[in-house]
Design a protein around this ligand. Structure first.
Ligand code: PAF
Length: 279
């Protein structure tokens, strides 16, 4: 499997193989089964697949979080090498993607970027949009793959594609969960054994909330979930909300023709975890 540090070298290599289509899977490494499900789908649907591994500094508002983000390149390459012959990895240094400065762009992303993760992580989505746009420009992929765990990010990317009139097709992939129900995340390895035991409560709460939809209002469910986490010593609740899946605006009542989703972000010690569920 070929691993490239520069997009120019990767493109030169791919040009020699004249791919019929290319699928891009942008990642920040520390690959787990969730990432691999995206890569496998990309492998099924494209001639060549590019997996990018780059911990993007412009999407972190907390330097400590950036410093502690797990970096496991040799293990990542090992997992990818087994998947497809026509798969290449782009694992650049910062200056290949940010040759002049590491300042994010300022896209008119609107309210999508200031709710939930956007409200809690200042400038996060401008950083995501900046790096994803750079990757799209560098490789001009036919398709790009994103997981629904970062559902808000997925909507932001779709908005970026519309704003910049890009031709790439955005493919969404379902959340992959551990047997306990905990959504797979590169951050899970930072949980202590005690925290790992309690973390499945996040998804259990989401499924209970969904069940209660038939008898309770969004406000009642939100207040129950908030009370549960506020009284639990292992968690610090950042937000729980029930929103319209398209606009991500909170809903006042459940309407039959509207698709809703519940989103949650909690901290367990220093580790921030997010999850969501379709109602
Ligand atoms: O979801 C991620 O891992 C990152 O936000 C992404 C899309 C690779 C951009 O850095």
């Amino acid at each position: 499997m070929n691993v490239f540090k520069t997009h120019l070298a990767l493109n030169t290599f791919l040009e020699q193989h004249a791919p019929a289509s290319t699928g891009l899977v942008p990642t920040m490494g520390a690959l787990h089964s969730g990432h691999l499900s995206l890569v496998k789908k990309a492998c099924d649907e494209n001639d060549w697949v590019i997996v990018s591994i780059f911990v993007n500094p412009t999407q972190f508002d907390d330097p400590n979080d950036l410093k502690k983000y797990p970096k496991t390149l040799p293990a990542d390459l090992d997992q990818l090498a087994r998947l497809k012959e026509k798969l290449v990895v782009y694992a650049p240094n910062e200056d290949d993607l940010y040759p002049n400065n590491t300042t994010p762009k300022n896209y008119p992303l609107g309210p999508l970027a200031t709710l939930m993760e956007g409200a809690s992580r200042n400038g996060h989505f401008q950083g995501v949009a900046t790096v994803v746009h750079k990757l799209f420009n560098a490789f001009n992929p036919s398709r790009a793959y994103f997981g629904e765990k970062d559902f808000q990010q997925l909507q932001i990317i779709r908005q970026l594609v519309a704003l910049e009139n890009l031709s790439v097709q955005i493919v969404n992939c379902p959340i992959v969960r551990e047997a306990s129900g905990l959504a797979m995340s590169s951050r899970n390895v930072r949980l202590s054994p005690q925290q790992q035991q309690k973390a499945p409560l996040i998804y259990q709460t989401l499924t209970t909330a969904r069940k209660n939809k038939t008898t309770e209002s969004p406000q009642q469910i939100t207040s129950d979930v908030t009370a549960f986490f506020q009284n639990h010593p292992a968690f610090e609740l950042d937000y729980f909300c029930i929103v319209d899946s398209k606009t991500l605006q909170p809903v006042e009542r459940f309407l039959p023709q509207q698709e809703n989703r519940a989103f949650i972000a909690v901290k367990m010690g220093e580790v921030r975890l997010i999850d969501n569920i379709k109602f």
